[in-house]
Design a protein around this ligand. Sequence first.
Ligand code: HMG
Length: 366
Amino acid sequence: MTHPNDHGIEALGLAFPALALPCHELAALRGVDPAKYDKGLGVGHIALCAPDETVVTLAATAASRAIARWGGDVSRIGLIAVGSETAQDMSRPLSAFVAEKLGLVGTYRSYETKHACYGGTVALRQAVEWRASGAARGRVALVIAADEALYAEGDPGEPTQGAGAVAMIVGEPSVASVGLHSYAWAEPAFDFWRPVGEAYPRVDGPKSLDCYKRAAAECFGQLVSQRSAREVLFGYSRTCFHVPFPKMVQKASLHVCETLGLSAEEGQAFWAERVEPTMGWNRETGNSYTAALWVAVAHSLRGMSPGTRLAAFSYGSGYGSELLELSAGPLASAGAWSEDVETDLRKRQVLRAGEYAQLRHGRSHV
Ligand code: HMG
């Protein structure tokens, strides 16, 4: 069932950092068969921040691009929410850092949302519900999902690192409407977490894969309910997932199909036709945590004709998850935000293994 909404994404802006490491270079550095990263995990490049870049600069760049593309009066921004797990401070929200960089002062509510990779989706949902409640009184929200994902050197998660930011002006559904009904599932677990003061996450890898798959099955199960799973799943032109690494998405989408009773052939078709094509930018940028799902959504919306339906599954360790429905608006087909990605990927410096090792040593304080 589609639950259309008069509110949604009015403009989009993305930002990726200035450096990248091909995963085969990391494989050489760690003495790993490159096929493990390429075929086993499905990863291509890791986006990395240069020494003068932070989650704040990424978020502010994405936000300024979204605001420029929107073209509205910034005094109409009534809410700024940043979803992230790359906190800069235990008290001061990332939204204050971003607003300061952009010179935004005024009658807006400002805060940071945290629930691992799900934090950006929470911010978006709140903004959409704020608009739908009438409390926005016609104003728009600036929602940003931004992160830099780094693991300890040599950690199994290292090939899945990444960084990026997606900013959305939430208002009229010119780019996409966001359905008011969504399907959430949460279950407290320690699958991936980062204790206060520690530089890198602690991860129970196999458990994190199980939690992710379980969450996806629960959310899609609610969506399908008593209906034909095949019809529901193939009713979306694209289904985007949170992308820690593409192989995870493949495992989860096949698991969802199996759980819902689709045949192996139908599951393969769903993955190959509806899910795999969403991750073109994710493979080039890695896991950008809160931003990763919205990178896939932004990639998928380009070229869509108005009314084309898309599903988006958000997962955050800890764990919480939510499945959203979107419908392309009139500005989707032009896909103007592609320019941000093309510019950033064209301009970035591609590192060799030795340069990456030096960069990491220089950032041992991270
Ligand atoms: P690992 O243990 O080193 O890898 O790390 P593995 O031994 O399980 O191998 C991975 C795959 O490569 C396997 O494929 C191997 O067979 C294959 P599978 O059997 O799973 O299909 N492989 C090869 N393929 C071809 N040629 C070869 C070869 N060798 C092996 N020579 C792990 C994997 C995912 C655990 C690690 O990368 C990790 O810890 N990642 C971080 C955690 C993570 O991303 N979890 C995903 C779900 S949780 C989530 O998404 C939330 C998150 O984004 C955080 C948040 O919410 O904030 C992480």
